[in-house]
Design a protein around this ligand. Structure first.
Ligand code: SAH
Length: 225
């Protein structure tokens, strides 16, 4: 676990942030640790300057390359589901994007691993991790359809882009009793699913949590950007 060093980052108005937290509570986010971490994390540094003034709205925002920084409610909900599985040591995120979700997780679990297929996004995210002095995030350029075998097994896996069906590799890289939080489907909206490995068996149980809207999980690294 890590705490953010806010020196030199510049705080936007506390009132604006508090409004976001109240909205998350109204929408049913209950986990106080998750709310506290969202409250102190500067979401504006994960956006281009032109959009930074909208950082504390409860809305998804563009980060370039047709990708989006997820809506705070969705980040909160997925994080809450993941951390309610118990104390988590190692978590893998597929789809680093801006690095915001990884930053939230890094303050709640021991180690975060995250992969991204678009190099310029990864580069910027890594700069943000450095700036925030988050030493427990390991990020790499890779196709997350295969998970990240090198550091497996993971107590939790979170996917922030939607596949048509759950990639087998992700299930194989779950530790005993590990949980996977993943949007699944190809339509305009997808089902957010919670999958749990049953002990150290190769069996899993699954539930649909709610409808969500994510960018698609694409295979291979992005070229010619
Ligand atoms: N978690 C991010 C959300 C980014 S949107 C944040 O907090 O900002 C989803 C990201 O998933 C995009 O950046 C997209 O490029 C990435 N992505 C899509 N398919 C992928 C794949 N197969 N492997 C790794 N990243 C992928």
């Amino acid at each position: 676990m890590n705490s953010i060093d806010l020196a030199g980052i510049g705080m936007t108005s506390q009132r604006t942030r508090e409004r976001l937290i109240n909205r998350l509570i109204e929408q049913g986010i209950l986990d106080q640790r998750v709310l506290d971490v969202i409250r102190i994390t500067p979401r504006h540094i994960f956006l281009d300057e032109a959009l930074a003034h909208r950082a504390y709205e409860d809305t998804a925002l563009p980060i370039g390359f047709s990708q989006t920084l997820s809506q705070p409610y969705i980040v909160a909900r997925m994080t809450e589901i993941l951390v309610s599985a118990g104390p988590l040591k190692k978590v893998l995120e597929i789809g680093t994007g801006s690095g915001y979700q990884a930053t939230i997780l890094a303050q709640l679990v021991d180690e975060v691993y995250t992969v991204e297929r678009i190099e310029p996004l990864l580069k910027k995210a890594k700069e943000r991790f450095r700036k925030l002095r988050l030493g427990n995030i390991t990020a790499d350029l890779s196709d997350g359809c295969f998970g990240w075998e090198k550091h497996a097994l993971y107590d939790g896996i979170i996917t922030t882009a939607a596949p048509q069906s759950i990639p087998r590799g992700l299930l194989e890289q779950l530790a005993p009793d590990g949980v996977l939080v993943i949007p699944v489907g190809i339509g305009d909206t997808q089902d957010l699913r919670l999958v749990r490995r049953l002990g150290d068996s190769t069996e899993f149980d699954q539930e649909v949590v709610e409808k969500v809207k994510f960018v698609p999980l694409l295979s291979g690294l992005a070229h010619s950007l």
